[in-house]
Design a protein around this ligand. Structure first.
Ligand SMILES: Nc1nc2[nH]cnc2c(=O)[nH]1
Length: 158
């Protein structure tokens, strides 16, 4: 771990503390770096914005992508004060950075009352057996749009 990498993680941890103290949300911060420069930052802002998806990583990904003017984070590194939850893990995979560094791990998060394990277990269950039931509806109608997408020319794949 280089001094530079440690300084980016320190920035993420500082964001986790300042966001918490400002009442923005839980104690999570994230910094996104490209070519050793910070291109996006985020603090968990769930409470301030009434947005359950405003986790630090999602906020930072949105900031970085806006600044880059692109929907992917090729060649970027993510420094997050806590191992990503399943939602952020998904967002990170869609954004495709090259590496993720985390400080607190998911056991630390669970001890602080942020239980990601529950969501990982739900993913494994059959749709109808989940705490929040998922039910298929109007598949054929929606599938028709997928067929149109498959046939569409000049589309941008992501
Ligand atoms: N990594 C991470 N885990 C969380 N769990 C609840 N909120 C967050 C967040 O913003 N980041």
């Amino acid at each position: 771990m280089t001094e530079k990498q440690k300084s980016f993680m320190k920035m993420a941890i500082d964001l986790s503390r300042s966001g918490m103290n400002e009442g923005k949300g839980g104690p999570f911060g994230c910094v996104i770096v490209k070519d050793e420069k910070v291109i996006g930052i985020g603090s968990n802002s769930v409470l301030a914005t009434n947005d359950p998806t405003a986790h630090a990583e999602v906020v930072a990904i949105r900031d970085a992508c806006k600044n880059l003017g692109h929907f992917q984070l090729d060649g970027c590194e993510v420094y997050t004060s806590c191992e990503p939850c399943p939602m952020c893990l998904g967002a990170i995979y869609w954004a495709r950075p090259s590496k993720v560094f985390y400080a607190n791990n998911k056991v630390d998060a669970a001890k602080a009352g942020f239980d990601d394990q529950f969501i990982y277990e739900e993913i494994e269950l059959e749709n109808q057996n989940r705490r929040i039931p998922f039910q298929e509806l109007m598949r054929n109608e929606a599938k028709a749009v997928f067929e149109e997408w498959i046939e569409k020319e000049n589309k941008t794949l992501y």
